[in-house]
Design a protein around this ligand. Structure first.
Ligand SMILES: Cc1cc2nc3c(=O)[nH]c(=O)nc-3n(C[C@H](O)[C@H](O)[C@H](O)COP(=O)(O)O)c2cc1C
Length: 208
């Protein structure tokens, strides 16, 4: 049985958070489809409100405190990423952007990413397409076709939520498909790993 890891990043600030709720439901949909395909799935969630101060410290000093380092490794080492932000001023929130500003270059290259957002009005759902999707495309991630936006009325439970639930299911299946067709992730790259053997180093040999 292949072991797969999903990293879930939620930038919701409220407690409880609708952004976190959406992130959890997307993760559950992707997990269900991966399990159906025979995988064993581990879900690791990063709640950015817990790392807000550390993200700013990292931006100022260039070094991540230990808890943020672990969160960055979770994201860099996963088979698939679910990234969900509240919409602030018709775009991703500042915390969401700042976190991905400190994710190592190339960490998301070829990584399947499912994007989602919550907002006060469905009129701003396209922020996913004009802000969130281009950011991950710039980071060379594989952004899935279905992006999931949830407005307050989508949680109403009077039937309006049916459309949201089917979108979540579709997005989860898309993420599972992309994860399934790739080899299992080997974890985050070690920036201090030797690129040549000790013997070559001692002998002054350059393998390149
Ligand atoms: C500073 C601020 C700006 C916001 N701007 C927008 C906006 O432009 N469009 C929108 O639909 N909702 C906007 N909202 C509403 C939030 O996106 C919405 O409440 C979100 O679902 C909260 O997520 P949470 O429950 O995870 O904290 C804004 C909220 C705040 C606090």
């Amino acid at each position: 049985m292949t072991r797969r890891t999903l990293a879930v990043v939620s930038a919701g600030l409220s407690q409880p958070s609708s952004t976190r709720l959406l992130a959890d439901q997307l993760a559950a949909a992707a997990r269900d489809e991966l399990v159906r395909r025979g995988a064993e799935v581990e879900i690791n969630t990063v709640d950015l409100r817990e790392h807000a101060h550390d993200v700013v410290n990292h931006l100022l000093t260039g070094f991540p405190p230990a808890a943020l380092r672990a969160a960055l490794d979770t994201v860099a080492g996963a088979d698939g990423l679910i990234a969900v932000t509240p919409i602030f001023n018709a775009s991703y929130s500042g915390l969401f952007k700042s976190f991905f500003d400190v994710v190592e270059k190339e960490a998301l290259a070829d990584r399947p990413v499912l994007i989602g957002a919550t907002g006060g009005t469905a009129r701003h759902s396209l922020a996913l397409e004009h802000a969130v999707r281009p950011m991950f495309t710039y980071l060379r991630a594989v952004v899935l076709p279905t992006a999931v936006f949830a407005a307050p009325e989508d949680w109403a439970g009077d039937g309006a939520d049916r459309a949201l639930r089917s979108r979540i299911r579709r997005a989860g299946i898309e993420l599972a498909e992309q994860v399934d067709r790739r080899p299992a992730a080997t974890g985050p790259a070690d920036p201090f790993a030797l690129t040549t053997s000790f013997e070559d180093l001692l002998a002054g040999r350059d393998p390149a």
